[in-house]
Design a protein around this ligand. Structure first.
Ligand code: SAH
Ligand code: SF4
Ligand code: F3S
Length: 539
């Protein structure tokens, strides 16, 4: 087997970077939305452009269904569409500036004469009728008002609806999916946010927390699975505070928070009721899509009680990966941010997660240069990043958002060059840690979902895919038994080396599904699997 690995990886030259970039580009092109055969050629056409987080991606899929249901047809590009819809993000000023630029572009040379421009999403909710300024937008619709969109577009005049609706969750609208990865799909399970992190605009633009009923989620998961989807990501702004009070729980457990966590805003209503909570939902979704990999994002650290961690560890097709947004490593900053935990509580949660879920991949979000952040505070964040060793991190410079508690009560006093410098230091610390984590992966077997069709490249047909931790692996598509891997297959891949964040290896065998993990020798920690033909343990 070692020889096979050597032979297979020898064909991959040592400097594969440009080829990896080309491969990634082709994979991205493969994942681009395909035109949908529906309304007649002469029907009014629309094109949706999506910015921001996965929630917006999922919402755009709902919008596409609503518009197609009203007889509109999907255009191939913004420049040819009768209606362009920009689904926007308001999380940082930079995100909004890009939308203003795009709007001016659409009204200028990049748009089509007489084109209707609709602004949707979080910036629509925040900026409201200012978007009509200079005739840049015709229609402005907030995240809870998409059902009104078809009628508003029919009217053809200027119109706005930014009503937030505490019960809207579009549970009955089957999203028209864009393939964001081959065989992957998002399922929105929860909307809104009841936390009040002082820096964050999300509670203002997305409204209060609400969860979709268990049954509608399970039906959608099962139908995605039947249609061949092999990776399902459950979505919500606070995905792990999921709570469906209308469905009877099989567990009857009261709400619990992560050990050592006291949430900033405590909801008595949610605390006092039973109903189905996140751990139970995870388990039921995993059972509804038995060979598919189940992920979730974006969670809050406060909602990882032991039963959630134990469910992730125990249920084999749930990815062993957790996003654990810390934001800062300084208690002073965490207090000002109103995160509701101390750095010590966060660190012990990380330890707990690592002890309950061996080899769990961890990621986080951090903000550099929040109000009043001292050099000492910054060093504490750096230390946290170094100590944890994240597989992935999203790092941002603080951007003050009007109306948030921080903008009203705290001073945005860290100069922008210092914010940038600190951000760069956080990025560097994260990259160093990630490289070390990648090196730890070398010589190990990983369960990979193959994502892109093979590309012939210098003597080998290369495919790429991701492991549980979302790390990208590249390896030849052929297996030792002579068969070929294709997108949607799971495979056991032995990693030969790390190139930056990408892992290069060789596929050893086809896996039966997301739950078919390599076995681990309890004494040595070495991975192995049982050869189907001989019954012997291999590797
Ligand atoms: N509900 C998600 C957050 C969504 S926003 C969660 O709590 O994880 C994604 C990330 O954007 C946040 O985690 C935070 O790191 C960052 N962010 C939010 N507001 C910001 C601001 N005003 N400036 C800079 N980064 C911000
Ligand atoms: Fe924003 Fe905090 Fe809510 Fe996340 S938990 S969306 S950071 S308010
Ligand atoms: Fe942006 Fe709205 Fe998501 S503000 S990050 S698109 S919830």
């Amino acid at each position: 087997m070692r020889q096979l690995l050597r032979r297979a990886t020898r064909t991959l030259s040592t400097s594969t970077k440009p080829r990896l970039a080309a491969l990634r580009e082709t994979l991205a092109r493969d994942a681009a939305p395909k035109p949908l055969p529906d309304a007649p050629e002469n029907a009014r056409s629309f094109f949706v452009e999506t910015r921001g987080c996965q929630m917006n991606v999922a919402d755009s899929e709902v919008v596409r269904t609503l518009l197609r249901g009203d007889g509109l047809r999907e255009a191939e590009s913004a420049s040819t569409a009768d209606v362009v819809l920009l689904n926007t993000c308001a999380i940082r000023d930079k995100a909004e500036q890009k939308v203003w630029t795009r709007l001016r572009d659409l009204r200028g040379r990049r748009g089509k004469e007489g084109q209707t421009v609709a602004v949707l999403g979080c910036m629509a909710e925040r900026v409201r009728d200012d978007l009509f300024r200079d005739g840049l937008a015709d229609v402005v619709v907030g995240p809870d008002a998409y059902r009104k969109l078809p009628a508003m577009l029919r009217d053809q005049g200027q119109s706005i609806d930014v009503t937030l609706d505490r019960s809207e969750n579009y549970a009955d609208v089957l999203p028209t999916r864009v393939e964001h990865t081959a065989h992957g799909a998002f399922v929105s399970i929860q909307r809104g946010c009841d936390n009040a992190c002082s820096y964050c605009i999300v509670p203002y633009v997305r409204g209060r927390e609400r969860s979709r009923s268990v049954q509608t989620i399970l039906d959608e998961v099962a139908s995605l699975y039947d249609s061949g989807v092999r990776e399902i990501t459950l979505l919500g702004q606070n995905v792990n505070s999921y709570h469906d009070a209308t469905t009877e729980s099989l567990k009857q457990q009261p709400r619990e928070y992560s050990t050592g966590f006291v949430p900033f805003v405590k909801s008595d209503k949610k605390d006092s009721q039973t109903g189905v909570r996140f751990a139970e939902l995870l388990e039921r979704c995993a059972a509804a899509a038995p060979d598919a990999r189940l992920r979730f994002t974006s969670p809050h650290p406060k909602d990882f009680p032991d039963d959630v961690l134990e469910t992730i560890a125990r249920v084999s097709n749930i990815a062993k990966q957790i996003h654990m947004p810390a934001q800062s490593g300084s208690d002073q900053m965490l207090r000002r941010m109103r995160r509701g935990y101390t750095c010590e509580a966060y660190r012990s949660l990380i330890e707990r997660a690592r002890s309950v879920i061996p080899d769990v991949a961890l990621s986080s979000d951090f903000i550099a240069g929040f109000c009043g952040e001292t050099h000492e505070d910054h060093l504490r964040t750096l230390r946290l990043i170094e100590d944890v060793g994240y597989d992935m991190a999203f790092l941002f410079a603080y951007s003050s958002r009007e109306k948030t508690p921080a903008a009203r009560r705290l001073e945005d006093d860290v100069p922008s060059d210092i914010k940038k410098k600190r951000l760069q230091e956080l990025i560097d610390a994260f990259r160093t840690g990630r490289e070390a984590r990648s090196r730890e992966r070398v010589g190990k077997i990983h369960l990979i979902l193959v994502e892109g069709a093979p590309r012939r490249d210098r003597g080998a047909d290369l495919v790429s895919g991701r492991d549980d931790g979302n790390r990208v692996h590249v390896f030849p598509s052929s297996l030792p038994d002579g068969s070929e891997l294709t997108p949607g297959d799971f495979a056991h891949v032995l990693v030969d080396r790390a190139e930056g964040a990408t892992l290069i290896g060789v596929a050893l065998r086809r896996a039966a599904g997301a739950g078919d993990r390599p076995l681990v020798d309890a004494e040595t920690g070495a991975e192995f699997f049982i050869d189907e033909q001989t019954g012997a343990s291999r590797w």
